[in-house]
Write a protein that binds this ligand. Sequence first.
Ligand code: NAP
Length: 343
Amino acid sequence: MLNRQVVLKSHPNGVPLPEDFELVEATSAEPGEGQMLVRNLFFSLEAAIRGWLDGKANYFEPIPLGGAIRGPSVARVITSRLDGFEAGDLIFGLHHWEDYSLSDANTILLSKLSPEEDIPLSYYCGGLGGSGHTAFVGLHEIGNIQAGETVLISAAAGATGSMATQIAKLRGCKVVGVVGGENKADLITQKLGADAAINYKTCGDLTAAINEACPEGVDVYFDNVGGKTLDASLQCMNTFGRVIGCGMIGDYNDQDNPTPVFNMWKLVEKELTLKGFLLYTYMDKVPAASAQLHEWVRSGEIHILENITEGLPNAGWAYSEMMRGATIGKNLVAMDLQEGEHL
Ligand SMILES: NC(=O)c1ccc[n+]([C@@H]2O[C@H](COP(=O)([O-])OP(=O)(O)OC[C@H]3O[C@@H](n4cnc5c(N)ncnc54)[C@H](OP(=O)(O)O)[C@@H]3O)[C@@H](O)[C@H]2O)c1
């Protein structure tokens, strides 16, 4: 079968551009023993992919020039020679940006999905998938949030941040979001329930803005961006505060020049805990997170924000939009369906 793939054409210089990606045509392989052929339906666009485009290893191998971009997808099994999976099953796992992928027991994040009928399948690639799980695990396992505490969240209108904002509110916290636009500020206060929003692009002195929004001090900072926002938040933390190191997207487009952080002394002065985490390490916490998130989505207490781009040829453009900060909510690519196919 014809198998279109999106490959890396050039290492991005700063924000990835659509021209850094190329659509090529290949043919799909036959699954061997222990493998299955899957049809990708939705790709989750991940900030972490940016770190794999520079030709340098981080916690995953870099993607070579000409190599297919990898990312998590929701897919349907076409044929299976892997125990426990059969044709028609829906799965989640790390695949390549392509129509058809081979998957096996070693596929990272491989899990079988049992989507509920009234819940859109795309949610399992975002709010009810990695983004929601990351927000839930970060707030509870790393941040140990408690009702009544003040939680500051950066990239609060993004995939992870929008979920963290709503979860922290549902846990009885005061939530202040840091965002890069008035539309995002309105969204998180009016739709997601945040108590206040700070537009870091227009607020001037960010430390002063955080202090003004949180005169009682910040107990937990959920850091999605690092850099200047992390630095400013350190100055506003309460004694025994926790900083959740979820990501540092603010530096991903120029990783050779990370933004200096000057206020590390606050870790000592305020006896803070700063702990990074990767969701993969906490997979045992995902079933409970998933059950609770389903309940909140079903009851309407959590809104899942999605920005879905149609068609594999547009994946590079969609990723460029995400990495220049233009989007709101979870960025997904919906694969083009062929005649007779359905989700
Ligand atoms: N630890 C884990 O296991 C794990 C898992 C998933 C994601 N993450 C991390 O979580 C963070 C958020 O990821 P996400 O998938 O939820 O994406 P996302 O928040 O939807 O990412 C896009 C948003 O990031 C913000 N941003 C801040 N600085 C930026 C910059 N210099 N360039 C571009 N965008 C910038 C922008 O929002 P503003 O306009 O508001 O700035 C943009 O809209 C990332 O740091 C990611 O690495 C960690």
